[in-house]
Design a binder for this molecule. Structure first.
Ligand SMILES: C[S@@+](CC[C@H](N)C(=O)[O-])C[C@H]1O[C@@H](n2cnc3c(N)ncnc32)[C@H](O)[C@@H]1O
Length: 354
């Protein structure tokens, strides 16, 4: 193994931290690091990181900062990987790392409050860490950040001009990644994040606060809903209820401030056949209101027949649909997120006015 410069070591640690904070599966983390930093691996062995004390110290002080983050279980798996590597190489383990490991596996810590139910995933975007509270289990879809949200975030980051000074509404915001990414774009005229489940909306609000994004909370306040007519020059962030299953969309006319959005966004909102009809009706309603309005919908195609229902509904409403996946991928190959893009498509949708 040759000499490794301090700068190289710092880059390696930083990359490991990015992968760790996004909770990338440990074998995938090792493969990624091995491709990007082959010099840090023991020669002729598979996936054994060369871990001198200096590197272990950096891992301890800049990655293993909190044993509950992203989750206690993930932290434990990561430390196990380090200790097993060192054991196989017959090298010593840094004492502080060992102490953290013992703390994680100690029985009194195992029953600790509800922290284990959640994970905190962090991403390094435009020189800043952002963090999202997710649920560990996949019981409620809106409590997890999905691949399509990474794609839509990438699209926003690489097409910022499209969003400047616009009024934006997101359908099915879930954990709120897209909203947090939109906060990088200045100025916006308005940003409305919506969902329908109370638990998801509460978590969405928590995530905005976690990232110091000021929001106007309209979740439980119908009175205020009619009262939101602020000066258009001020950016307004709102988190509010919008259930797609509305039989009479004219109800939305009472919700001032909601219908005047000219960009509609949605990530992974096409997954349930029975909801496609409602979703497309809302899209049509919102796109018809404002001239030059457009929707960007990012979808993971898990089931072609569900997606076909969505496409048919769009077609029936005479909405113009352009698949911009390839065009976007070519123009922005780099991403702060690590995710599988293979089944995700991005549609630009609008209504051609006669
Ligand atoms: C698969 S998740 C996607 C969440 C987020 N956009 C992402 O990509 O990480 C689907 C989202 O749609 C929301 N949703 C499902 N049915 C809905 C409905 N009838 N009205 C409004 N939102 C709904 C869920 O609560 C959830 O947040």
């Amino acid at each position: 193994m040759g000499e490794i410069s301090q700068e190289n070591e710092n880059n390696f640690i930083f990359r490991m931290k990015v992968l760790y904070n996004q909770m990338i599966h440990i074998p995938v983390m090792l493969n990624t690091l091995k491709i990007e930093f082959p010099h840090f691996f023991e020669i002729e062995t598979t996936n054994l990181i060369h871990l001198p004390m200096s590197l272990q110290e950096q891992i301890d002080s800049s990655i293993l900062i909190d044993i509950n983050k992203p989750t206690r279980g993930y932290c434990s798996k990561f430390i196990k990987m380090l200790t097993q590597t060192l054991e196989r190489l017959d090298k010593e383990v840094n004492e502080s790392i060992l102490e953290k490991f013992l703390e994680i596996i100690s029985p009194q810590q195992e029953n600790e409050d509800d922290k284990t139910e959640y994970c905190w995933k962090s991403y390094y975007v435009k020189d800043k860490w952002i963090t999202l509270k997710n649920e560990n289990a996949y019981n409620l879809v809106g409590m997890t950040t999905w691949g399509a949200a990474y794609q839509l975030s990438d699209f926003i980051l690489s097409n910022q001009n499209l969003f400047i000074n616009q009024k934006i509404l997101e359908l099915g915001s879930g954990t709120g990644l897209v909203g947090i990414i939109l906060d990088f774009i200045k100025p916006l005229k308005k940003l409305i994040l919506t969902d329908y489940s109370p638990k998801v909306l509460k978590n969405l609000k928590v995530n905005m606060e976690l990232n110091n994004i000021e929001i106007e909370d309209l979740i439980n306040d119908d009175e205020k809903v009619n009262d939101v007519n602020k000066d258009d020059n001020n950016k307004i962030n709102q988190v509010r209820v919008l259930d797609w299953e509305i039989e009479d969309l004219n109800i939305l006319n009472n919700y001032s401030g909601l219908n005047d959005s000219n960009i509609i966004l949605g990530a992974d909102i096409v997954y349930e056949p029975s909801l496609c009809k409602y979703l497309v009706s809302i899209l049509y309603f919102l796109l018809e209101r404002n001239d030059n309005s457009v929707a960007y919908i990012s979808s993971t195609i898990r089931n072609q027949s569900t997606f076909s229902i969505f496409q048919k509904e769009l077609n029936d409403k005479n909405l113009t649909v352009i698949d911009i996946t390839k065009q976007f991928e070519q123009s922005s190959p780099n991403s702060p997120f690590i995710y599988d893009r293979s089944q995700i498509v991005l549609y630009k949708i609008y209504l051609e006015k006669k």
